[in-house]
Design a protein around this ligand. Structure first.
Ligand SMILES: NC(=O)c1ccc[n+]([C@@H]2O[C@H](COP(=O)([O-])OP(=O)(O)OC[C@H]3O[C@@H](n4cnc5c(N)ncnc54)[C@H](OP(=O)(O)O)[C@@H]3O)[C@@H](O)[C@H]2O)c1
Length: 306
């Protein structure tokens, strides 16, 4: 069964590489200089202390996705609407769609774009980055958790995909409550992602400093309150777990920090911005999330944002 990683950057190339090395049939949908490098030289993949050059099938031709029964959407949230629009009338009728974006909106977006297809959603617990075109570095963790979001044609492919990941030595768990899974990750991102991009300091530093951890905690408390109001099973205990784990984390640059350094638009509108707008609609407090989103917007708008 052919698996496509649609928007194969850091996350897609890492997991794609693992599956290719285990013998699975994988297509990488990519673009720009990164695609050219993948097509000309294969993928340079640094992971677990080894650097390998992996031959890959890579394309920008969306039509080629019509042969794929597993479609893993791994572009950023900022590119997801356009990606979903481009897949209309292309997807195999029995394709399973899996979203791996940060934030909590991706599976609903995929489900409304493809109401007859099965949609699964998951979270990548990983540190990975595109170091240079065609060169992906996996720097931390690497687990996947996922669950079914929308029943439909292709749902039978989810257990197959999970087994394929196991065969490829990807740590993976199926989750019965994927909404809570996404919200727990959102909770960490609301607390730590923007603040590390603003200060250019590691998340462990933010957790260890009494002034910054107070901001982290406030952003997370607001997120829990919004989640509760939406019926999501997250709680205050998740905040302290996240802070405790973050204190032990190594020097990993968060995605917003990397995006700011690269002069790219960040995903803040899908993280702190999402919580702030949901809170506003429900008349809940969201001062910390609104402040973090505003500061990231200001950095994004600066002429020399790097
Ligand atoms: N990297 C991590 O460590 C990590 C960890 C956990 C979760 N995540 C989440 O996973 C998602 C993916 O992150 P990532 O770090 O893998 O992003 P990334 O490295 O930027 O990869 C996304 C790739 O998709 C490409 N793309 C976007 N639209 C496309 C299209 N229509 N056709 C072909 N290629 C397209 C992008 O190209 P352009 O650069 O030209 O736009 C980019 O190369 C995000 O939501 C992120 O928050 C990432």
């Amino acid at each position: 069964m052919k698996i496509v990683f649609a928007g194969a950057g850091a996350v897609g190339c890492h997991y794609g590489s693992r599956l290719i090395q285990a013998g699975f049939d994988v297509l990488l949908l990519a673009r720009g200089e990164h695609l050219t490098a993948l097509q000309q030289h294969g993928l340079k993949h640094q992971s677990d202390g080894a650097c390998k050059q992996i031959p890959v099938q890579a394309t920008a031709d969306i039509e080629q996705l019509n042969r794929c029964k597993i479609v893993i959407l791994c572009c950023k949230m900022t590119a997801l609407s356009q990606m979903l629009a481009s897949l209309q009338h292309i997807l195999h009728p029995e394709a399973l769609i899996l979203t791996l974006q940060n934030g909590v909106e991706a599976p609903d977006m995929a489900a409304s774009a493809f109401p007859d297809h099965a949609v699964a959603t998951g979270t990548a617990f990983i540190g990975a980055r595109i170091e240079a075109p065609g060169y992906v570095v996996h720097s931390a963790a690497g687990g996947l958790r996922m669950g079914l979001w929308q029943l439909g044609r292709g749902a039978q492919h989810l257990p197959w995909l999970i087994q394929a990941c196991r065969d490829a030595a990807i740590p993976i768990r199926q989750d019965d409550d994927p909404a809570a899974l996404l919200w727990r990750k959102l909770l960490w991102n609301c607390g730590f992602n923007a603040i590390t991009a603003i200060t250019r300091r590691y998340a462990s530093d933010m957790a260890a400093n009494s002034e910054t951890v107070a901001i982290v905690r406030q952003a997370m408390q607001e997120t829990v309150a919004v989640g509760h109001a939406l019926g999501i099973a997250i709680g205050a205990e998740d905040i302290e777990k996240h802070i405790d784990i973050t204190l032990t984390m190594g020097p990993v640059k968060t995605s917003m920090w990397q995006d700011i350094e690269a002069g790219r638009r960040t995903e803040v509108d899908y993280i702190n911005g999402y919580v702030a707008s949901q809170a506003e609609a429900m008349q809940l407090p969201a001062a910390a999330n609104r402040m973090l989103a505003s500061l990231i917007h200001a950095i994004e708008a600066a002429p020399d944002k790097k």
